[in-house]
Design a protein around this ligand. Structure first.
Ligand code: AMP
Ligand code: MG
Length: 491
């Protein structure tokens, strides 16, 4: 079969619009081939959704393509340039170990990036080896797919291959490559790169490209760049509130890890919170708690301010006016975020309409959870099913009083209790990727080559609101341990 025929049979349908941007935005580069590619996991539903034939990928050349050994016809691999504030410090970055193969045009005509992560060194690798280890790539696969199932905008994971080569981290690890699917990989850091090192015309080209790709409804008669800023702020306010509502902690909210599309990206040291505590941090390198659970909205606003700064030359000819426009928008973020969050919290408590006291009802519950170290997910789940014996603090008089206030709040709305509990079932997942479950799956996969534990976990995570009996097992908490759970950036 010719390569063209094979590509067509697989369903690849590439365009390369990013590679048509000015040359300074990327470097043309092929992946570095690996010695022994093996397909470990392939996401069948995602493949189908973007027009790929998973069976063909599984049986034929999927491993070769996902390893970067074979480039499908129509792909034009590039490493993207970007900068970013890492823990507050500005630096030049770029795809140091990833390549964009191109944009797959899906059967419904949408455009998604196909990126290989772990595909070898690039001009942006700095000291790194350009590679990735199996554990962290499977971790990204599991958590990103869980986030998608939870209804949270995210990049997705199409496949993981092992390379047959090892990478050196704290220990020697099997090497792997993740194929990531994203609305795009345009980051706040991409704009920072253009603003710092590009011309104003290059910056405008990037902004126009982004508008066309993600916000095509923008109106050319108004201030398009102000519209871009407003829309990005809206999407991030929606995204971060969703993270908070499920207890997700990203762990490295550097500006290069914040997308313009509003998708969650870069699952490094992320994790889900067990016991409710705003100060929760899992990342071993986040020693000051910059990216703690309770700080994520604040950091998002900080990152968006960095984004707004990059747009100043486009917002207005007069820089004072531009600054004023940007500041006004940024100051809206907190309110927007809060509105999204409180709407989500109302749903978690079965509340349909709005009353001024709702906020204190929510805050009172959260402070009890914090005081009694109650598990975040399981507390809402227990309230959803009226299982008021399951959690220790439910036995306190404090809770008893709160419960009465909550019940009378539900009685004051028109909707029946039944519809309230239905709303709660759809708003409170019983299944999140619990850290000990994720670790258990990764250990079986990496240490024993046993992928069945991960397959089972992925299966239950794909239906977080099913509340089925076989999922019960996955909501139990880890055995108490003296050591706090830690995640590592050494990915
Ligand atoms: P991250 O912490 O994954 O957001 O990555 C931050 C920057 O470090 C990006 O520019 C990555 O491409 C780069 N990077 C991370 N790991 C490696 C690696 N093993 N080799 C080369 N560059 C890397
Ligand atoms: Mg990153």
């Amino acid at each position: 079969m010719t390569e063209k025929k094979e590509t067509e049979k697989t369903g690849w349908n590439f365009d390369n619009s990013y590679a048509r941007l000015p040359k300074s935005f990327f470097t043309d580069l092929n992946p570095t081939p690996v010695s022994l590619p093996k397909l470990i996991t392939l996401n069948y539903p995602l493949a189908a959704a973007i027009g790929l034939n998973a069976q063909v990928l599984q049986s034929n050349n999927g491993a070769e393509v996902f390893a970067g050994n074979k480039i499908p016809v129509g792909a034009l691999p590039i490493a993207q340039a970007y900068a970013g504030h890492q823990f507050g410090h500005f630096t030049m970055l770029g795809d140091g170990r990833a390549l964009l193969l191109g944009e797959q045009i899906t059967p419904i005509g949408s455009r998604v990036d196909i990126q290989l992560k772990g595909s070898g060194k690039t001009p942006y690798s700095r000291g790194g080896d350009g590679r990735a280890a199996l554990g962290p790539m499977l971790r990204e696969y599991i958590i990103s797919e869980a986030m998608h199932a939870l209804g949270i905008p995210t990049t997705r994971s199409l496949a993981v291959v092992t390379t047959g080569e090892s990478v050196i981290r704290e220990t020697e690890q099997p090497g792997a490559i993740l194929t990531r699917v994203a609305a795009s990989h345009i980051r706040v850091g991409t704009f920072q790169y253009a603003a710092k090192w590009g011309t104003v015309e290059e910056l405008r080209t990037l902004a126009d490209y982004t508008l066309q790709r993600h916000f095509p409804e923008s109106d050319s008669s108004g201030n398009r760049y102000l519209f871009l800023l407003q829309e990005v702020i809206k999407r991030q306010a929606a995204l971060i509130s969703k993270w908070q509502l499920v207890g997700f902690i990203h762990g490295v909210m550097n500006t290069d890890n914040m997308t313009i599309s509003g998708e969650t990206i870069d699952y490094g040291p992320c994790a889900f919170m067990d016991a409710y505590d705003p100060a929760t941090v899992f990342s071993s390198i986040d020693t000051r708690g910059r990216y703690a659970y309770g700080n994520q909205a604040h950091i998002a606003a900080w990152n968006l301010a960095r984004f707004a700064e990059t747009l100043l030359p486009l917002l207005h000819d007069n820089q004072e006016q531009a600054l004023k426009l940007a500041q006004d928008e940024i100051s809206n973020f907190t309110e927007l975020y809060h509105r999204n969050w409180i709407m989500g919290m109302r749903a978690k408590l079965g509340i349909f309409n709005e009353e001024p006291q709702d906020e204190s009802l929510i805050e009172d519950l959260l402070s009890m959870m914090q005081k009694y170290h109650a598990d975040y997910t399981n507390t809402f789940r227990a309230l959803t099913f009226g299982k008021l014996l399951d959690i220790d603090f439910f036995a306190t008089t404090e809770f008893d009083q709160w419960h009465k206030v909550w019940q009378s709040r539900l009685d004051r709305q028109q909707e029946t209790k039944d519809s309230s509990y239905k709303l709660m079932r759809n708003s409170n997942p019983s299944i999140i990727p619990r850290n000990h479950r994720v670790e258990e799956a990764l250990e079986a996969a990496v240490e024993q080559g046993d992928y069945s534990v991960m397959e089972r976990l992925l299966d239950v995570l794909s239906r977080p609101y099913a509340h089925s009996v076989e999922q019960e097992d996955y909501s139990t908490l880890p055995m108490p341990s003296n050591r706090p759970y830690r995640t590592f950036c050494g990915t």
